[in-house]
Design a binder for this molecule. Structure first.
Ligand code: C5P
Length: 230
């Protein structure tokens, strides 16, 4: 039993590239993340190769719209067999409550996690947006809003995960930006190792390039799992 779930980010441009990657990746990977790029290219058909292989699906569309629109999108995604999906906490209480309520009405309710702050935003961007909090304060404040609205958890950098875990003992915490201690960080600024993310309270680790671009994806995924479980 792994200490957290490993989710591979399928950041590919089309379904052909996705099929080729799925052939290459090891069977023991149970979760895949489908994001905006491929979903815009292919629509819900992109989920079929994953369902055929009985994989769990994390649909990362970061919904942020009026409550009714988000609720309808949650229901539609659930009807396609999505297990986990994202909304923006900044959409506010009515939107978050509508998303959570819509999920609960589904035959197979997806779990919903809220993005508190995009990791691309700095505290200078916060100023432009009129937010007078630190990144960590904003994460906890919006986490509080999300959880009290019925949302299941948050997407967070491993560096904010501890504060969120302490504040919300039962929340799902999804952490991207994972690298092996000696790995190439790419464009990620605040990276963490799998074991650090788990220690901070992450329940799901999203890993893209370190597995997707590895010469030997099975070896890369195995190393990530070993580090996570140590
Ligand atoms: O390749 P890498 O491991 O950096 O990929 C991480 C995945 O997680 C990408 O799909 C990226 O869009 C996503 N992500 C992220 N940071 C966030 C939210 C999502 O890196 N705050």
């Amino acid at each position: 039993m792994n200490k957290a779930d490993l989710i591979v980010a399928l950041d590919v441009p089309n379904v052909e590239a996705m099929e080729a990657k799925l052939q290459e990746l090891p069977d023991f990977i149970e979760w895949y993340k489908v994001g905006l790029e491929i979903f815009c290219a292919e629509g819900p058909a992109v989920l079929e190769p994953l369902k055929k292989r009985n994989k769990k699906i994390f649909l990362d569309l970061k919904l942020h719209d009026i409550p009714q629109t988000v609720a309808n999108a949650v229901k539609t995604a659930a009807s396609h067999g999505v297990n986990l999906m994202t909304v923006h906490a900044i959409g506010g209480r009515a939107m978050l409550e509508a998303a959570a309520a819509a999920a609960k009405e589904c035959a197979n309710p997806p779990k919903i996690v809220a993005v508190t702050t995009l990791t691309s935003l700095s505290e200078a961007d916060f100023k432009d947006l009129g937010i007078n909090r630190t990144v960590s304060e904003q994460a906890v404040a919006l986490g509080e809003l999300a959880i009290s609205s019925g949302i299941d958890g948050m997407v967070t950098s491993a560096h904010e995960a501890k504060a969120l875990r302490e504040a919300f003992p039962d929340a799902i915490l999804v952490t991207p930006g994972i690298r092996m201690p000696d790995g190439d960080v790419g464009d990620q600024k605040r990276v963490a190792s799998p074991s650090f993310a788990v220690e901070q309270g992450a329940t799901h680790l999203v890993i893209g390039r370190p597995i997707m671009h590895a010469e030997d994806p099975t070896a890369a995924a195995t190393a990530m799992l070993e580090d996570m479980n140590k």
